[in-house]
Design a binder for this molecule. Sequence first.
Ligand SMILES: [Fe+2]
Length: 198
Amino acid sequence: MAAASTKLHKADSAVAPHWHAHAKEIQKYGTVIADMPHPLSAKLRADMVSRLNQLLADSINLRDMYKKHHWQVSGPTFYQLHLLFDKHYGEQADIVDTIAERVQLLGGVTIAMGGDVAQLTRIPAPPKGREEVPVQISRLLHAHSIIIAGCLDLSKAADDVNDQGTNDLVVSDVLRPNELQSWFIGQHLVDMPLILNK
Ligand SMILES: [Fe+2]
């Protein structure tokens, strides 16, 4: 029987992917496209983009904190919180996408990667290690309060310049879900007897 051939047969380079592309950025972070079919001026859009990127960075941070706590939670409420944290993670992922796409449609550039988010977010970084449930929830509540306060500032600023798209997005898609999530997790910190009254 003939031995299997080990000779390398190379395909034509025309079918190879061009995977070594390097070039300059096509738009710098912090800039907005000047000429766009949108009635808001570039100056106003730049201000909205900057504020939305702040909200985006905080929301990415909160989204990821929910996943961290989903993985690291333990104790008698493990199953319930494991599921709830992941549900909120998914909702925050939708919120992040909604904010990011508004940044782009206003002619801006989204903050996106973790290292850049870490520099911009106002939410304090948790430790790499695990923490108790009350601490996890306290961190989440603090993050929600920062985002909710940011939403109130941003929705007012947007309303003042008649950017009703941003105003509606911030109130309907960010503020209200954050208020609801905050309520859901906050109720776990109420000292309530399980069986007998105190
Ligand atoms: Fe999971």
